[in-house]
Design a protein around this ligand. Structure first.
Ligand SMILES: [Zn+2]
Length: 696
């Protein structure tokens, strides 16, 4: 999912207040409001009966919370309430149904426009003109919420349907009917009235940070050691942190220079986090850099065609905390929305209480449960034995558990290219692929009919529909020589998203409940299918032992990303505690938080203190506290997978789970597996797997 869209959607969809519990100060200039409310209370109770008393009171209170002077005077307000309050069930049903239908159409068509406007940017259709970029950046739904308050449709909803808190959804939600859930989600659409300029400032900060991150490349050939040696090949340009981290993973296979490369990258990462990296080596191949001594020289070798920047000065002058300046801006703009969100008055609250619907406290406990599990030192010991050396900090990215080489890359590429020479070939084969993955022939055909395959410009992504008359889109990369294995592997993952998107939109009982509780759920379902891609190609499925190794790999990955998430969370708390901090102060605080987290959960295992690697993730800078989604995704993934194993019915279970729709994570998981979200499934599977791999 594209982050900015996700962000805007979450701004639109999240809830804010349960009015009675958390009254906002009424606008002082609406002196008439109290009298009007009292008058209408009496009038409407007389008209509709005592039985409507609570609804009348609640509805008026909710409207009052958002009513501004420009919405109208006492007469306008009173007329509005009289006209739009549903005093009986039949009228309420009509209003509910109308909103459900219209909002589906609105969201669906807005999304359709968005998809079409992004087409040139997203798909492999020739050059992108500057105007295409403007189309791609245009969001037709940007003003919908403002419009709906202005034309008072938002007030119709607030007058008739209840706003809810996370606490209510967690404690009372399990007893609600599906219709009550749909009503809760309907009201949530209109639970915020953030001024357009505040949303714009947030979007601008996001886009600026995104821009900064997307150009943060390191030219690897220009990393030199003390003897002037270059460990990396020419032209290799790695984007921080994704490519740098993946290079560390790949280097385990390099028996000659792997370790040297890994240590070098670790040092590069340290320099990025601490911002001691020389400014001139960021995204610039014209300088050679020794990341250990921090010496910088004009490039001694050339592996590029671009001319040097005109103002380039070869020196070790560090990047001036730009990384933290970007982060600070995302914080300061997010904070501007706080006053319009009284019951989730910080971005931290909005992320946990609204987007994830898992309280932060509980998230923290689950992460700590994994990080301090007695299984950590056991798995670490196993890694150490397999490496034949003591662990080093970058081994948090150890991926040597993954079985590889059973099939050489070239062989896999050839099989895939032959089978899928074009996107159309993949499109045609979708039903067949899904049958192999465990879906019934009927469902596989139905899904195939509802997924459109497009040629992706990038590596691929899934774009679901937002209304039932639309189809989900699978964007996949196909080279001129046909699809390669990497592209196929990604396509199966993205297709997993499409399957979830199709079931959770078209088969859910209320479109207001379409989707999944949060992104971790769709990721877990997508990864479930992706893990079986070799079987689709007719190659052998993993045996019990390689399954066990894969579990250990996931456990180690959760241990790594769990610490990263804790750092992200602590940094946001620090920013809220120090709203006037400078970028330099934020840098120092982040470095300290990363060290503290390391020292607590990693130093005992790695035997080295004060490591800052946990702060290297780019998401920390441009993604507004997104990182906790990853570890929670692992936990959820294991719960779902264990359930699939137990029943052995992948297709049926996938559909049954997806149809539950957008309820709380715990409710979804109880429906899916019988238990709320938790770390037990992962820890139990890890325990079993450790025993399995140690069998002789
Ligand atoms: Zn995904």
């Amino acid at each position: 999912m594209r982050l900015l869209t996700a962000l805007l959607v979450s701004l639109l969809c999240t809830t804010l207040a349960f009015a009675q519990e958390h009254p906002m100060p009424a606008p002082s200039n609406l002196s008439w409001m109290k009298d009007s409310m009292a008058k209408l209370n009496q009038e409407l109770i007389a008209k509709y009966g005592e039985i409507q008393r609570d609804r009348i009171g609640r509805g008026q209170h909710q409207v009052m919370e958002y009513w501004r002077p420009e919405d109208g005077d006492a007469a306008v307000y009173e007329d509005f309430v009289r006209t739009n309050f549903a005093g009986d069930q039949a009228t309420l049903d009509t209003i509910f149904n109308r909103f459900e239908d219209q909002l589906e159409q609105l969201g669906g068509h807005m999304h359709e426009i968005n998809r079409v406007f992004r087409q040139q940017a997203d798909l492999d259709l020739g050059p992108i003109l500057p105007l295409d970029q403007i189309f791609a950046g245009y969001d037709p739904s940007a003003h919908v919420l403002d419009d709906f308050f202005e034309n008072k449709l938002a007030f119709v909803v607030l007058l008739n349907f209840p706003l809810t808190t996370l606490h209510q959804r967690l404690t009372e939600g399990p007893r609600w009917t599906r219709r009550q859930w749909a009503e809760a989600r309907l009201a949530q659409f209109f639970s915020k009235r953030i001024p357009a300029n505040v949303n714009l400032a947030i979007a601008q900060a996001a886009s600026e940070a995104d821009q900064y991150i997307s150009q943060y490349n390191i030219w690897m050939y220009h990393l030199v050691d003390d003897k002037g040696q270059r460990l990396f090949p020419p032209k290799l340009r790695l984007l921080s942190h994704w490519n740098l981290r993946d290079e560390i993973k790949a280097d385990y296979a390099d028996k000659v220079n792997g370790l040297g490369k890994q240590r070098t990258i670790e040092q590069v990462m340290n320099r990025i986090v601490t911002q001691t990296i020389p400014q001139v080596v960021v995204n610039n191949p014209h300088a050679d850099w020794n990341p250990f001594t921090n010496d910088v020289k004009p490039a001694g070798e050339k592996d590029f065609d671009t001319p040097a920047p005109a103002d380039m000065k070869i020196s070790s002058t560090p990047e001036p905390a730009t990384r933290y300046q970007m982060l600070l801006k995302t914080f300061l703009t997010s904070k501007q929305a706080d006053p319009y969100s009284p019951t989730a008055p910080t971005l931290i609250d909005r992320r946990f209480d609204e987007d994830r619907e898992i309280p932060e406290q509980r998230m923290q406990e689950m992460l700590v449960q994994v990080l301090s599990s007695p299984l950590v030192p056991k798995v670490a010991q196993l890694i150490q034995a397999r490496l034949g050396r003591p662990l080093e900090p970058f081994d948090i990215w150890y991926d040597g558990f993954l079985p590889r080489g059973a099939y050489p890359q070239a062989e896999l590429d050839a099989i895939v290219a032959k089978r899928y020479p074009t996107p159309e070939a993949y499109q045609k084969d979708i039903p067949n692929i899904l049958i192999k993955l465990g879906f019934s022939p009927e469902k596989a055909q139905y899904l195939g009919n509802n997924i459109v395959v497009d040629p992706a410009r990038g590596s691929g992504h899934a774009m679901g529909a937002e209304m039932r008359s639309e189809k989900a889109h699978l964007r996949t990369r196909v080279e001129k020589t046909g699809m390669n294995y990497k592209g196929f592997n990604i396509a199966v993952h993205e297709m997993g998203h499409n399957v979830e998107q199709t079931f959770s939109l078209k088969e859910v009982d209320y479109t207001l409940l379409k989707g999944v509780p949060n992104t971790a759920f769709t990721e877990a379902l997508a990864m479930l299918l992706q893990a079986h891609d070799l079987e689709v190609l007719g190659l052998s499925s993993p045996d019990a032992k390689s399954e066990a190794f894969r579990t250990l790999n996931d456990f180690w990955g959760t241990y790594e990303i769990g610490g990263v998430a804790l750092v992200d969370m602590a940094v946001w708390h620090w920013m809220y505690d120090h709203p006037n901090a400078t970028p330099d102060e934020l840098r120092d605080a982040t470095v300290q938080i990363a060290k503290d987290t390391w020292n607590h959960y990693y130093a005992p295992v790695f035997g080295k203190r004060d490591v800052v690697l946990l702060a290297i993730y780019s998401h920390m800078i441009d993604s507004f506290l997104y990182l906790p989604d990853y570890p929670i995704g692992h936990l959820i993934g294991f719960q779902i997978e264990e359930q699939m194993k137990k029943t052995g019915k992948v297709g049926e279970e996938f559909e049954r789970m997806s149809k539950e729709g957008h309820v709380t994570p715990d409710m979804w998981m109880i429906n899916a597996t019988g238990k709320p979200v938790g770390a037990e499934a992962l820890l139990e599977a890890t325990q079993r797997s450790l025993a399995k791999v140690q069998e002789q």
